[in-house]
Design a protein around this ligand. Structure first.
Ligand SMILES: Nc1ncnc2c1ncn2[C@@H]1O[C@H](COP(=O)(O)OP(=O)(O)OP(=O)(O)O)[C@@H](O)[C@H]1O
Length: 296
């Protein structure tokens, strides 16, 4: 199973270039699309879901040209948009039975099996009799996944599902994705580095509509081996540090000083300590280099 995008570009009528020559192959497993707000993640998701056409480019799912075979492709697709429906006061179980009937699963015992499985995978069996309208945000997100699992899609696209979830719900939701990622292609977008770190076999970083990096999280972290340095400093010295070095990020430590992470091929000087690179370092250096290139 493979989803291939070739030279996909999209400019909206207001002149914003949301996708700029995106070329990528996405294989089975869990694929994380990481990028800041406005990077073009939703535009890419909607384009793959055939809800908007690109200006140029091709997209194939296995041998199927999806832009010219939308109906056939959509039968194999499960898509959870960033914002989705308002639910009636119906129990999760009744609502899933209703959706399954709409999808053509008319045999009652077959439908029972499918609905039970969808509730089980999304960890909603215990609350199946509750109204979905009264679910928490995280439960609604999981219900959205249950709904799209009904017709056993081969490709699942989930747009920023963890935005706004509290840590416990986020954790529960990522576990559900992890479970379905074992036998589907799952593409999900996020601006949270830890989502990708915890979950993804493959990933890409998108900014300004351009794919800046694509690989496994492990390989991307490996590219920074020996290039990340840390120093503790106070707030006054921070400004100078930023002028003189390639500062990636900073955070307060227990002594209320700043732990500053710097990118450099060689030791930046006295007081700096070499540290293990993280996926967060990858994300920020990639975005910084891109912003820097744009300024030049
Ligand atoms: N329908 C539209 N018409 C015009 N501009 C749009 C439209 N949809 C998105 N944009 C613009 O395209 C760019 C990419 O937006 P997109 O929603 O794809 O990014 P995103 O990475 O999903 O961001 P977010 O996390 O904020 O949703 C932004 O500058 C956005 O304002």
């Amino acid at each position: 199973m493979i989803l291939s995008l070739k030279n996909v570009s999209k400019t909206y009528s207001n002149g914003v270039k949301a996708l700029d020559d995106v070329t990528i192959d996405i294989k089975a497993g869990m694929f994380g699309l990481l990028g800041p707000n406005g990077a073009g993640k939703s535009s890419l998701m909607r384009t793959i879901a055939t809800l908007q056409a690109p200006d140029t480019g091709e997209i194939h799912f296995n041998d199927l040209d999806i832009l010219n075979n939308k109906i056939e492709f959509r039968k194999q697709l499960g898509y959870l948009p960033q914002e989705f429906g308002v639910y009636p006061k119906m129990s999760a179980s009744d609502l899933l039975h209703y959706f399954a009937s709409l999808k053509g699963i008319t045999n009652k015992s077959e439908r029972n099996l499918i609905v039970d499985k969808a509730l089980e995978v999304t960890n909603l069996s215990d609350v199946r009799a509750k109204h979905v309208a009264g679910y928490s945000g995280g439960m609604k997100q999981r219900f959205g996944i249950a709904q799209l699992l009904l017709n056993n899609p081969k490709l699942i696209i989930v747009d920023e599902p963890t935005a706004g979830l509290d840590p416990a719900e986020r954790h529960r939701f990522l576990n559900v994705l992890r479970e379905i990622g074992t036998n589907h292609i799952v593409i999900f977008s996020t601006h949270i580095v830890d989502d990708v770190k915890e979950l993804c076999t493959d990933m890409a970083i998108l900014n300004g509509g351009t794919l800046l990096a694509q690989s496994t999280p492990k390989e991307l972290v490996h590219t920074l081996k020996g290039k990340i340095w840390k120093i503790s400093t106070n707030r006054e010295a921070m400004e100078r540090l930023q002028l003189e070095h390639n500062v990636i990020s900073s955070s307060f430590n227990d002594a209320n000083d700043l732990d500053v992470r710097v990118y450099s091929d060689v030791s930046p000087g006295a007081g700096f300590q070499s540290v293990e690179a993280t996926l967060e370092d990858v994300y920020f250096t990639t975005l910084n280099q891109n912003n820097h290139a744009e300024i030049l």
